[in-house]
Design a protein around this ligand. Structure first.
Ligand code: NAD
Ligand code: ZN
Length: 381
């Protein structure tokens, strides 16, 4: 007898987005038992990342409602489906919006985290196993979001999208590693790879950008130039080792020209963490010719197009992009948690607000007005 046969439907609270841009409504939902290669998690803490806000505002690819958003979280395995061997009830985990099946060409490649089976899919609102949702209200299905849907006391996730972490790690802190902070950190350490002593520009000083700045500091960058339209972000950024600031609004020429003047022709590396197409183009054009590398992290609006003169590419500037900082969720995330446990990485400074689940809409308000970095939502309160 396996514990999968014991799992029943659970009724619990979830924050449902019924319509684009309208406040979430706390509803009682039914969460079905996990099917083959799925696990059901009890979410203890979740936080809000800008990607949730983009899709809630329906700026992303395909609007899909009603939906349960949320993808940055920490929780405990409640039950497991058939075929799940490397997780058991009680394990502490971080769900991740992109997965690792461990069998495809990507999972077997050292260079990629773009799993064929489980890579991020923002259009699919259902589970892979049967093409159906595990959430419902009086029989009406409620769609999933990026395979995680953590704005619910219980959620069902594919086992390949779950990282098992150290039981001693405080979930109210390490939950932010489930998306934003690992994304920014990895974008710098794994993709931009600045050399010691180099100059790095970070576009967007939200949690993702400041985690990218942390990566630059850890890599030994000598100058970290922070670029943001919101001057309030500059004070906070000093705590993350950002040494200089540029607000594009303070200049009447393109910010890439301002940066080129500050750095004798351009920065060695840049990391874009805004989601703004203009910032993406500036981040590429501000790197030095011959060796500069720009990394795009922000999620663009659905009709955006990247436009630059091809001479920039001929002049040996490199453009890259990354999901989840090129970390493989199951193989690599536990070691990012260990960086926090070893005090190499401080997470407390990213956490600026906390609200009970019943006030989840406040977390959206904070993010929409650019107030603070991460707001932790406590599911038990
Ligand atoms: P955030 O809203 O907290 O921060 C974004 C910052 O960018 C804000 O401070 C804003 O003022 C600034 N900004 C906006 N337009 C700008 C411009 N033109 N020039 C300079 N600064 C500008 O968001 P966040 O949670 O830090 O996320 C940042 C981005 O990363 C979002 O687009 C999010 O969707 C994306 N993201 C991507 C991945 C991935 O795997 N690729 C993962 C997580 C988040
Ligand atoms: Zn795979």
């Amino acid at each position: 007898m396996s514990s999968s046969t014991a799992a029943q439907v659970i009724r619990c609270k979830a924050a449902v987005a019924w319509e684009a841009g309208k406040p979430l409504v706390i509803e009682e939902v039914e969460v079905a038992a996990p099917q083959a290669m799925e696990v059901r998690l009890k979410i203890l803490f979740t936080s809000l990342c800008h990607t949730d806000v983009y899709f809630w505002e329906a700026k992303g690819q395909t609007p899909l409602f009603p939906r349960i958003f949320g993808h940055e979280a920490g929780g405990i395995v409640e039950s497991i489906g058939e075929g799940v061997t490397d997780l058991k009830p009680g394990d502490h985990v971080l769900p991740v919006f992109t997965g690792e099946c461990k069998e495809c060409r990507h999972c077997k490649s050292e260079e990629s985290n773009m799993c064929d089976l489980l890579r991020i899919n923002t259009d699919r609102g259902v589970m892979l196993n049967d093409g159906k949702s595990r959430f419902s209200i009086n029989g009406q299905p409620i769609y999933h979001f990026v395979g995680t849907s953590t704005f619910s006391e219980y959620t069902v996730v594919h086992v390949g999208c779950v990282a098992k972490i150290n039981l001693a790690a405080p979930l109210d802190k390490v939950c932010v590693l489930s998306c934003g902070i690992s994304t920014g950190l990895g974008a710098t350490l794994n993709v931009a790879k600045p050399k010691k002593g180099s100059t790095v520009a970070i576009f967007g000083l939200g949690a993702v950008g400041l985690a990218a700045a942390e990566g630059a500091r850890i890599a030994g960058a000598s100058r970290i130039i922070g670029v943001d339209l919101n001057a309030k972000r500059f004070d906070e950024a000093k705590k993350f080792g950002v040494t200089e600031f540029v607000n594009p609004k303070d200049h009447d020429k393109p910010v890439q020209e301002v940066i080129a003047e500050m750095t004798d022709g351009g920065v060695d590396r840049s990391v874009e963490c805004t989601g703004s197409i203009n910032a993406m183009i500036s981040a590429f054009e501000c790197v030095h010719d011959g060796w500069g590398v720009a990394v795009l992290v922000g999620v663009p609006n659905k009709d955006d197009a990247f436009k630059t003169h091809p001479m920039n590419i001929l002049n040996e500037k490199t453009l890259k992009g990354t999901f989840f900082g090129n970390y493989k969720p199951r193989s690599d995330l536990p070691s990012v948690v260990e960086r926090y446990m070893n005090k190499e990485l401080e997470l407390e400074k990213f956490i600026t607000h906390e609200v009970p689940f019943s006030e989840i809409n406040k977390a959206f308000e904070y993010m929409l007005r650019g107030d603070g970095l991460r707001c932790i939502i406590r599911m038990d309160a």
